[in-house]
Design a protein around this ligand. Sequence first.
Ligand code: PLP
Length: 386
Amino acid sequence: PIYLDYAATTPLDPKVAKKMKNYFTIDGNFGNAASRSHQFGWNAEEAVDIARNEIATLIGADSREIIFTSGATESNNLAIKGIYEFYKKKNNHIITSKIEHKSVLDTCRYLENDGCQITYLSPQSNGIIDIEEIKKNILPTTLLISIMHVNNETGVIQDIKSIGKLCKKKGIFFHVDATQSVGKIHINLKKLMIDLLSCSAHKIYGPKGIGILYVRRQPRVRLTAQIHGGGHERGMRSGTLAVHQIVGFGKACKILTKKMKKENIQYIQLRNMLWNGIKNIPEIYLNSPLKYITSNILNVSFNFIEGESLIMALKNLAISSGSACTSASLEASYVLRAMGVKDELAHSSIRFSLGRFTSINDIQRTIKKYIKQLINYEFFLHYGKC
Ligand code: PLP
């Protein structure tokens, strides 16, 4: 099978796997980074410090601004709930968008039960959130704006530079879910006016189950902890640090600091090759213009075919569908619907996402062997319904 689902997750880079192997067993560095009284603890602590630096370097942060979590879902929860709980007596309004990842949207919905007021902005038809819309919706009580950097379904990039400037001017905190952009787009937190930023190792050839929340130190951002315990991570996230995961995350970032630029040129070439190979298929639609999207994602709809059916038919192609077949109903992508894409097309959307191990041969086979061969009349008849 060909793997074109890198936006869902990535395999470990073999160099990351090799590094992590040294952090499990008695002959390795298995210590608890919080054990301050012996060599095993010191070694683990040193490994964590190095990794923290490698991660901070990739995003232009200070290593003291990095809080380890179990992944971007937890980081988004900690950022939004944490800031709301700390500052809610002062301000209780949050602005976000309808196209955020569920870990942002569901967290916001949860806070509504506590009296938090949330504004969910719609994107324009190109998937971009209009800064004027943000301005219009700011209230005297607005505490936080949470807007993702790159959308996980469409790859559309938001203008976080301008939103950050606006937030700074208005004295509003700014949270960015950068899970899909880290490693694809150069991020320098020294230059961007972002207070909180979430990302995850498993999208960048690191291990699953580890992420970070960047929390700005100057001016200082305060959060109420969501996991209480030994006071790890400057009291913001307790729990014994997963040293092996952290070391893997660090290595993944170190590789990207070196390779990112070159790698993304390659993604763009392969992604364009894929689009050029399929764009003449009748009734195919590109869901986001190439000029607005990140290097590795292509989201298209095949009119008249439901995405799930297409995925079932393309068993040897690992891709994602924008619609989900449940027993009772078929739900179309909420992201595409928010962009105003017609229901039929939102149902029939497919996301291809490319990565480090995608070859020219993979793309050629995808075009010739799978996509073109399937898009014929019989296929429409056979798989046209979910
Ligand atoms: N945010 C975005 C934009 C994502 O794409 C994902 C992963 O799919 C997440 C958050 C959640 O990340 P994690 O799997 O690390 O919890």
